[in-house]
Design a protein around this ligand. Structure first.
Ligand code: KIV
Length: 275
């Protein structure tokens, strides 16, 4: 899967499947499931590192996780999120920071949040040979400014701004746009009026593809479950039950058993070697 394949999929009417991945096992299993793209999203600040928002994540931490994802050698396209304040300063620095995710991390593309105001930067990054994915609607790095984790674009004026932002990203050359937490009616207009694929999360079924957080889909994020997700397996409960059984076995002497045990009989007879 490559960035240009996103356009081909949209033109064939094939839905694009994207999942976040933040380490070797999540990348391995998501790729085995045949997803099209793995997003090393900055949501890993919350789902993996336990922060209450995406804001504290650093570029070095992101690179560390991108490397682990790439070690799974996935067929899926690996897209790395630009953490907060790694692209809001000078454009020169932002291009270099994007480059680190590709050169040091091994990602094939980057994603950054924002509308018209990031379009000039996106042009520069693309000129450097790095495919860019946009992100409109709810932008988690701006939750302090926008007043929390709320559905965006409910009023016609706000919806128009999101449409204009998405058009600016398309004109700048992005290969896809994440559309987060907007009414399905707005997502449908975006999807119809853009030739760039829209990848929804909390944006209903009208988008060209969907992205979900790995930890939400498998029930491994205990802090909260967003309304837009579906828990396909309650791995959190399964893991807790399994580890509870392990703890009980250790306490009761049932683990390790004979099959987990190595023997060397001549060490045990009279233990003469020990004195
Ligand atoms: O960081 C992330 O996981 C994301 C998704 C919400 C699309 O950006």
């Amino acid at each position: 899967m490559t960035a240009p394949d996103f356009f081909a999929k949209k033109s064939r009417g094939e839905r694009i499947v994207m999942i976040t991945a933040c380490d070797y096992p999540s990348a391995y299993y998501a790729d085995q499931a045949g997803v099209d793209a793995l997003l090393v999203g900055d949501s890993l600040a919350m789902t993996v590192l336990g922060h209450s928002s995406t804001i504290p994540l650093t570029l070095d931490e992101m690179i560390h996780h991108v490397r682990a994802v790439c070690r799974a050698q996935p067929n899926a396209l690996v897209i790395a999120d630009m953490p907060f304040l790694t692209y809001q300063g000078s454009q020169d620095q932002a291009v270099l920071n994007c480059g680190r995710l590709i050169k040091e991390g091994g990602a094939a593309a980057v994603k950054l949040e924002g509308g018209s105001h990031v379009a000039p930067l996106i042009r520069r990054v693309i000129q450097a040979g790095i495919p860019v994915m946009g992100h409109v609607g709810l932008q988690p790095q701006s939750v302090h400014a926008t007043g929390g984790w709320r559905v965006q674009g409910r009023k016609p004026e706000a919806a128009r701004t999101i449409l204009e932002d998405a058009r600016a990203l398309q004109d700048a050359g992005v290969f896809g746009i994440v559309v987060e937490m907007v009414p399905v009616e707005l997502a449908a207009v975006l999807t119809r009026s853009l030739y760039v694929p829209t990848i929804g999360i909390g944006a209903g079924v009208a988008c060209d593809g969907q992205v979900q957080l790995f930890h939400d889909l498998i029930g491994m994020y205990p802090a909260f479950t967003p309304r837009h997700t579906r828990k396909y397996v309650d791995a959190g409960t399964m893991v807790t039950d399994a580890l509870r059984a392990y703890a009980a076995d250790v306490r009761g002497g049932a683990f390790p058993s004979e099959e987990n045990t190595f023997h060397q009989p001549d060490l045990g007879d009279d233990a003469s070697w020990s004195s």
